[in-house]
Design a protein around this ligand. Sequence first.
Ligand code: ATP
Ligand code: MG
Length: 556
Amino acid sequence: MNKEEIVSKNFIEKIIDTDLEEGKYEKIATRFPPEPNGYLHIGHAKSILLNYGLAKKYNGTFNLRFDDTNPTKEKTEFVESIIADVEWLGAKYDGEVKFASNYFQDMYEAAVLLIKKGKAYVDDLSAEQIREYRGTLTEPGKESPYRSRTIEENLDLFERMKNGEFPDGSKVLRAKIDMASSNINMRDPVIYRVARMTHHNTGDQWCIYPMYDFAHPIEDAIEGITHSICTLEFEDHRPLYDWVVHEVGYEHPPKQIEFAKLYLTNVITGKRYIKRLVDEGIVDGWDDPRLVTIAALRRRGFTPQSIRDFMDLVGVTKSNSSNDYAMLEYCIRNDLKPKAPRVMAVLDPIKLIIDNYPEGEVEYLDALNNMENPELGHHQIAFEKELWIEREDFMEEPPKKYFRLFPGNEVRLMNAYFVKCTGFEKDENGNVTAVHCTYDPETKSGTGFTGRKVKGTIHWVPASHCKKVTVRLYENLVDEEKGVYNDDGSLNLNPNSLTVVDQCYIEPFIEQYHAGDSFQFVRNGYFCIDTKDSTDYDPVFNRIVSLKSSFKLPKK
Ligand code: ATP
Ligand code: MG
């Protein structure tokens, strides 16, 4: 058995296998149908990669189609960002980008066809009355007094709706199905409304617009989609989907399949909430690295590979559940581990002075760029009398098992020498301002020194041969244990979601890199040069993820 066969198939693949075996479709066709009313988020990435992955696996086709049938909230800005995100994820769509609005004429003709078949009628009830007449889960609906209009009358009224003879909201076209259906979606759903809105694609050409449940199956059918994959909340709409493609008479009707949405712990998905954070200026735009829009993940330093790996781990299911954000972190660490160069950077600096190192002398030491991947080569680091080390790497009175610097203790300076702490300085407030030590020239890294061992290794940066940069550390925007929402419905935001460290010292080695490149900062995590706020001289680093993980890959 090859690897492919051992991996168990998800439920959608099983459906497709059966359909192909039964000869229902010759070739499969999937699509990703975003509404251009916001930026895509990690949940959409799941849908994109699922649809694209199926098309690829079964040698079918994958369409990118904008579901732009509701002009109120749609913008060209969103169209452009969505295309960029889909491409960045590596999902290659077939042919041109599609727009549902290009099918408005077909949808109109489908509606006329339904009227001619006696399957649709123009209703004059107000929106509120329609709601009242609809009934409830326990009570059947009531038929509209306009339900019995003749076909001729309906054809005439619908055409006049299209021609702009009636004010917005005064008339709708409804499918004539069953007001007593146990499924409320089947109680004569509205399929067209009158609304004078300028559309980003069709301008003022139309003053009637189709409703989603009517438009979507037609879009799928026109494009020859075979498997129309959507999320669970549309399960109850499936009978209507089937009704539309059947009544309009498509020869090879598509089939709707629902799967569970992706949710992540302690993360805000849902366009509505993200939009509010953006509109209220709480975050720095749709690509603020604390968000999980695809643009934000990219800016934070996540790679397309890490997101694809994550989706493979998460799988496709039919029941809603929340996935641990730590799993996504696991995937990016895994991807960057052999790729990202390793550098030393000190985030909370304190001076280390080597008293027996000659004043003014500089030597260059060798450092591997990546411990796992020798192909990434190595670079040089200046070593000198004064260095920066992390404040937490020195303690005046250490607890047990503290193996870093304290008076009398010896540690290794990474890639350099053993140093022994000989003393420290304090300011008038009792804060340690400098640590003193002596070094042992015999202990240089890479010389094979075996005379004695030390328990701790700390990182450092040469004080006069380093670069000062800004670093941003992130925490989750919300914490489920503390409650995601306040009593008034607003988000209960973590006040510490962003920490700006504007005095981080780093090896100048990073100067040869560019915005968007990622690094491992020794002991401090993986960081990416921010693409928005960096300049060539002044890079700003976003922490993608720390090095330690609480997540373990489940055993198969
Ligand atoms: P949101 O719920 O965030 O507002 P949406 O569903 O309104 O998103 P659309 O543009 O309508 O956004 O969605 C495009 C596609 O992405 C749909 O097929 C939808 O089912 C899918 N999708 C949206 N959110 C998720 C999610 N969390 N997990 C998986 N698929 C999703
Ligand atoms: Mg939607």
